[in-house]
Ligand binder design. Sequence first.
Ligand SMILES: Cc1cc2nc3c(=O)[nH]c(=O)nc-3n(C[C@H](O)[C@H](O)[C@H](O)COP(=O)(O)OP(=O)(O)OC[C@H]3O[C@@H](n4cnc5c(N)ncnc54)[C@H](O)[C@@H]3O)c2cc1C
Length: 356
Amino acid sequence: MSSKPRAVVVGAGPNGLTAAARLLKDGWDVDIYEAASTLGGAARSSTQLFADATVDLGAAGHPFGVASPAFRELKLEEHGLMWMNAPIEMAHPLDKAETAILWNSLEETAAGLGVDKKAWVRVHGHVVDGIDKHLANLLQPMLQMPPHPLHLVRFGLPALAPASLLGKALFKTEQAKALLASSAVHAITSPDRPFTAAFGILFGALGMSRGWPFAEGGTQSIVNALVSVIRANGGHIHTGINVRDLGEFGPADAIILNLTPRQVLALKGTNLPAKQVKQLNKWKYGPAAYKVDFLLNAPVPWKDSRVGQAATVHIGGSVEEISFAEREVAAGRMPKQPFVMVCQQFVADPSRGNTL
Ligand SMILES: Cc1cc2nc3c(=O)[nH]c(=O)nc-3n(C[C@H](O)[C@H](O)[C@H](O)COP(=O)(O)OP(=O)(O)OC[C@H]3O[C@@H](n4cnc5c(N)ncnc54)[C@H](O)[C@@H]3O)c2cc1C
């Protein structure tokens, strides 16, 4: 029998695989159980939808992936992962103003924002400069002392505001307001909500430092790299097993349930305290995302040709229009003009053909 501590991971999405890889690196024995026949959860890609073209079934753009301290520690690039950046990180076309552009540079982005140049640098500059320290603060468990408290204080004050309000207070141009608000919507909530400025600033700063890249060959490449680390370190992966009872897997020193609250509640053998069960029962799920894949016979004929050079395009109009659409979604209604995020993988990665 192994003298190593043993962990069981249920759910082989990117988070479960990352946890497994890190435990293996720390000397644990790890079994991973996945219900589907393929690994990766919402980070899988498929070549089955369109003739041979790779389609990302869920996640496509990876600002947090490329900047992830956990991924860096696992050296995923040594396991085949390659990040691919487009010439422009994000473009936001506007009806009544020039397209707003997020470049992989603070200076270039600010230069495109006219009178808002200084204000843009003031709110984003310190986050871009200290991006790793900010991520270390923000990605750690919330109840621990942050490793860089001064950075957190500086980040925290403007970030408490709704992104739409902070944009109105700081900026005069539609472009700067739209860049901040639409970046905030990546939190899948209305930019009118408190704290959304934090997401807007962070996503913008990631774009201007590390970019919003794709994984070469599709998001599945991230999953494949994680699986390669797991296999190289002796992990055991079991697919096609829909776990229903934790008692089936023998003794374990740690069990990681990489699942949603309802999925956890459906499991037998969790022995969760009553208080935690009550909290999980109260969990309110957010709105769903609706995703469409297109196989193109030519690049999109955007009015502004720069939009065709962008990894991600935000289609949602002005801040007011975005806020209205997201409020409708939050109220459970389908907006007439929803906020749409378009990923153009082929602009960064020639292996992706013309799949959007
Ligand atoms: C349409 C869409 C677009 C997205 N776009 C982006 C993007 O562009 N960029 C980005 O960073 N993120 C994006 N995301 C979010 C990203 O995909 C998720 O954050 C990520 O996949 C979460 O990983 P996870 O490992 O926590 O869970 P998941 O990926 O959900 O994986 C959970 C796994 O658990 C398995 N499972 C469930 N129950 C059981 C059980 N009882 N027994 C065994 N296995 C079980 C499931 O089959 C699944 O494989 C997107 C998500 C969606 C849906």
